[in-house]
Each structure stands twice: as C-alpha cells, then as structure tokens.
Design a protein around this ligand. Sequence first.
Ligand code: PLP
Length: 397
Amino acid sequence: MNFDVARVRADFPALESGLAFFDAPGGTQTPIQVSETIATALRAPLSNRGLDNPAQRNADQIVVEARAALGDFLGNPAEAVVFGRSATQLTMDFAHTLARRWLPGDEVVVTRLDHDANIRPWLIAAARVGATVRWVDFDPTTAELDLDQLAASLTERTRVVAATGASNLVGTIPDLPAIAGLAHSVGALFWVDGVHLAAHARIDRVALGADVVVCSPYKFCGPHLGVLAADPALLAELRPDKLLPSADAVPERFELGTLPYELLAGTTAAVDFLADLGGGGTRTHRLDSAFARLHAHEHALQSRLETGLAERGAILYSRAERRTSTVLFDLPGRAASEVALALAAVGVTAPAGHFYALEASRHLGLGDRGAVRAGLAPYTDASDVDQLLTGLDRLCC
Ligand SMILES: Cc1ncc(COP(=O)(O)O)c(C=O)c1O
C-alpha cells in the first residue's frame, strides 16, 4: 500500500490554516486522534495513580499503556521507560545522577554535531566532579561525524559517550552501532539523543547498542513531554534525587512529582497514529512498516525540495550520506532571518536559527545566526514544497 498523504493531512486540523509547515524538527502539528485522546483523558474520572477507584485506575492504566507504547516505539522493555518534562530535563537530571559515580580525571565524550541538550548537561556534570570533556568534531564540508576522532578520544577513564541519533540542524545520522561498539570497548555508557531521529526512523535501543535513548513525543505528532528508554540494569543501579514518600521502584523513582497523565494518553495515541500508517502485525511491526513508508514519502519530497533549492542557487548544508529529510540552507546575499520572514509572509513556516545546535552552527561557520531550516513531516506534501520554493522566488528575483 502506498502512503496516502491526503488521508494523513485530513487528520491535522492545523493544516486548515493553509500554512505550509516546515518546522517539524522544532515540533510537529498534532493529529486529531492525539488531541481528542488528551481531551478524553481529562474529561474522564482522573486522579493520582492507584487501584482503589475508577479515577485512580484510569490514571494507572494510562501510565501502563504509555510505557508499553514507548517500549514498542523505542525497542525497550516497558518497565524501563521513564517520562519527564522534556528530553533536556531528563538528560540534565540523569547526567547529575550518573556523575555521582565519576571521579576527578574521569572523562566524557560529546560531539559538536549535537543539540545543546546533549552537550551542556554533560559539561555541567563533568565540571562538578572535575571530569575531563573530550570533543568530537564533524567535517563541515560533508557534515559527517569524525569517528576516527571519536575512537581516539576514548580511554579507560571514559564514562559516557553522548551522541546524537540525528542532527536536528543538518539531519546527519551518525553510525550509531559503530559508536556503541567503540564506547563499550572501553566500558563507557552510550547515551543517544534520539529526539530528531525518532521522527524519521524506528529506533530500536537494543539493536543500536545504546544504553540510553531520549526522545520527545512533540517531534513525532505527540504532546510536549520527554521520554527516556534505558537498559533496565542501568536504571536499577542509579539512585536519583527524590522525595522521601515517592515510589522507589524503577522507573517511578526517576519521575519527580505527578506525571502528566493526559499527555501520556496523547503520547500513546501518537504512537498508535504512526503505527496505523503501517501494515499489519504487532504494533512494533506496524511501526517498522510505517517508518519505511514515511521514509519513501519524505525522500521523494526531499529530492523535490533540494533540487528546487539548488536551482535557486541556495547553499545546502545538509550533506551527509545518511541523513533525515531536514534541510538547512541559505540564499546567497540574503540574511537567513530575512528569508524566514519572507517565507512566513507567504504562509510558509521555515524558521532561521541555530535551533540550539549552537556548536554545530558555529562549526559550520554560521556563527550564532544559523541558517534556514526546512523539515518534512508525515503531513508534508508536494504543494507545501512548491509553496516554499515559490516563496523563495519572490526573494531570488
Ligand atoms: C536533537 C534534539 N535534542 C534535544 C532537543 C530538546 O528536546 P526537549 O525540548 O524535549 O528538551 C531537541 C529539540 O529541538 C532536539 O531537536
């Protein structure tokens, strides 16, 4: 079965605005199935988790179902799925907890390809204990991460290798299994920021060899929260800061305060929405086939977009061999902010900036101003791409 983009678009009320949305890497639009599920959860009896009354049981069921859904989505045991406010918050908290086991002179490895959410928490944690930070670069001409440099950065003191699953700025997908092998060869933990990748590919934490993967449902048609999937053995060892009366079991001990039940219900709905884009079988199988279809759909649109941009003399910074459909570009002689504003004027949302991938933007020579980013989503169609390209023509000519 082909990917029916018209049918998908009908599920997104925001598209009725007529806007062409290219800011999915910042956050996707929301399908009606997700917003309705959130509203339904809030309309039903709902209280804190428990098993004594219907309101408690509703909350409990929502949490259990959301862990199962994200377990399927990320290839992880459901009991080792942790929810938080955002990927940033989860990474900051876990870096703090992990660093309790580090000693002065231990080392952490971070990359310049990453969003700051997978850099700064490690730098802060390292500074706190006197650990050394080792940086891995990417080649600005190819946007490929330098795995030789990564290998050379590892020592028996390396505690964590933190790398992105895919760059939210230029889309590069590094060779994650290779990095996992390198990290594990020195006994280091492999931490993957899967926030951008999760919108474009099925992540299987175990198959990738990652110890931890974080992602954010609002990047894949869900609500605004963060998710962490980890090796259950790792979670069992860690002792985070927590309140005395709160549950000490895994994964609850990592979840501070009351969970956003309605958003968890919406997260399950987002996973099911994506699974429904695929074929038959288990939810995992359906997600696999859905992402295969999405990949084909986005790849065709990406070619149309990149060809159109090249025809207009744009500079394309997204050059890696394996990358998502996120395209970073500039128009020569035009400030990126000017291009983004001109696009906004014709109903195209393609913002300009570094998108918190500050180190990557600087390393590309784009400083703190960045460039224009156009990202594709399940609801993007050819008319959106043409709307963007026509919008650029107003600037080009
Ligand atoms: C690659 C990447 N990592 C991390 C984040 C931060 O995610 P959150 O907003 O859930 O903290 C983002 C957000 O744009 C991102 O694109």
